[in-house]
Design a protein around this ligand. Structure first.
Ligand code: 5AD
Ligand code: SF4
Length: 418
């Protein structure tokens, strides 16, 4: 989402004759697009700002901006410790960037959350490549008790379906062959009487798109209509779903305000596999939520064992201001959080390899991306179920859709070698 927002900003600036530099030393404007989801993300920005500060003495015209969720979260407080920051802009205020860059004097803080802002009519300056991000909705109404997003990005709003389809056409014209639909809660998309699956259906008619992906859905909003579209349009609608679990214990899920129980979640996974047996399923998991006992944590491992995810993003709980969980005691020690995280990662690696090895001997469709990191003789690409495959260069070109047989699996990579 932040990458897309940066492309929107880059589009606004480049339209006004700004150009990109490849080093901060040459820049007249430096904008840091920030994340507040965990404290660690904010700390990285604090130290990055410290590193950039000296550039302002070298170039007195340099404008330094903090944009996005951290701007929204800290507002004026950023200026208290860092008065040299010129611009603090929340996620709904990017349209005013040019105006603020023209202002000579005082630092400016602009963090109004706007009910309807979806950045319609702006053209993101996309980096060349395979995949174009397209934001289809912004904000979130779910209020998971640990999550700062509803406070930094405001309430849910969806873009006009017609303009999303137009943006998809434009992406194809610009040379992209894959699109990834983005939203904090991507599958709760609704515009007038159109819902998420209707948008996917509309996108299947855009000529030139080889794959459609989306991230991140909420389990509550995954329904049979969506799964039918997956089944009918595989692999154009990629058979991959990121299905954040967060926790396996019902007590913790309830305290997290996740709206489902372990049983519901597992039933949903069964339903997904009923419609699309080879769906790649990935997840997000938090360890050490307030009150999480060892027995609760074992429930998370149990779900992971049952589902066997292809991969998982795993996090230690980080208390965030404004959230409901912030008022709870962060009572799982750092040491215990670290131990749970390690255990979870070890199990996940086994599951990844288990799933990947099952593909050995099978033929898969690969969208060719680029040269493999290890050898110029090999290329890498991605299966529709979102697994990286390395294979001989041959005469393949980036953006080709090819079929190859998998011969090996190591770590998080599949190989197709002679
Ligand atoms: N602490 C740890 N992880 C968090 N996430 C969101 N908020 C927190 C928090 N306070 C994780 C969730 C979410 C992902 C984007 O970040 O797993 O799905
Ligand atoms: Fe945060 Fe929950 Fe909304 Fe996801 S669904 S953005 S975790 S509040």
């Amino acid at each position: 989402m932040n990458e897309y927002d940066s492309e929107i900003l880059s589009g606004i600036l480049q339209n006004d004759n700004y150009t990109l530099t490849d080093t901060p030393d040459n820049a007249d404007v430096i904008l840091l697009n920030t994340c507040s989801v965990r404290d660690h993300a904010e700390q990285k920005i604090h130290s990055r700002l410290g590193e950039l500060k000296h550039l302002k003495t070298k170039n007195p015209n340099l404008k330094l901006g903090v944009l996005g969720c951290m701007a929204q979260n800290l507002k004026d407080d950023i200026l208290k410790s860092k008065p040299y920051v010129d611009i603090v802009l929340g996620p709904d205020s990017y349209r005013s960037i040019l105006q603020h860059l023209d202002e000579e004097d005082e630092s400016v803080v602009d963090t109004k959350l706007l009910k309807f802002e979806v950045y319609e009519g702006l053209f993101p300056a996309r980096k060349k490549g395979i995949n174009a991000w397209i934001s289809i909705m912004r904000g979130c109404n779910k209020f998971c008790s640990y999550c700062i997003v509803p406070y930094t990005r405001g309430r849910e709003r969806s873009r006009n379906i017609k303009s999303i389809v137009e943006e998809a056409h434009r992406s194809v014209d610009q040379g992209f062959v894959e699109i990834t639909l983005l939203g904090q809660n991507v599958n709760s998309y609704h515009y007038e009487d159109q819902r998420f699956h209707s948008l996917l259906l509309a996108l299947t008619e855009v000529k030139g798109i080889k794959r459609v992906r989306y991230t991140s859905p909420h389990p509550q909003d995954v329904d049979e209509d969506l799964l039918k579209v997956h089944a009918d349009f595989k692999p154009l609608i990629a058979n991959h779903i990121h299905l954040p679990l967060q926790a396996g214990s019902n007590t913790v899920l309830q305290a997290m305000n996740r709206t489902y129980t372990q049983k519901h979640y597992l039933k949903l996974v069964d339903m997904i596999r009923h419609y699309v047996p080879d769906m790649g399923i990935t997840t997000d998991v938090i360890v050490g939520f307030p009150g999480e006992t060892d027995a609760d944590f074992r429930e998370t491992l149990k779900v992971m064992e049952t589902v066997k995810y292809d991969s998982a993003y795993t996090f230690k709980y980080s208390p965030r201001p404004h959230t409901k969980a912030y008022t709870m005691t962060d009572d799982v020690s750092e040491k215990e959080k670290a131990a749970r995280l390690t255990e979870l990662i070890v199990r996940q690696k086994e599951h990844t390899l288990y799933n990947y090895r099952k593909l050995i001997g099978k033929e898969v469709e690969i969208l060719v991306e680029s040269e493999s990191k290890r050898s110029p003789e090999e290329l890498k690409g991605r299966t529709a179920c979102n697994k990286i495959v390395v294979f001989p260069r041959g005469t393949y070109q980036a953006k080709d859709l090819i079929k190859r047989k998998i011969t090996d699996a190591q770590g998080v990579t599949l190989f197709s070698r002679p």
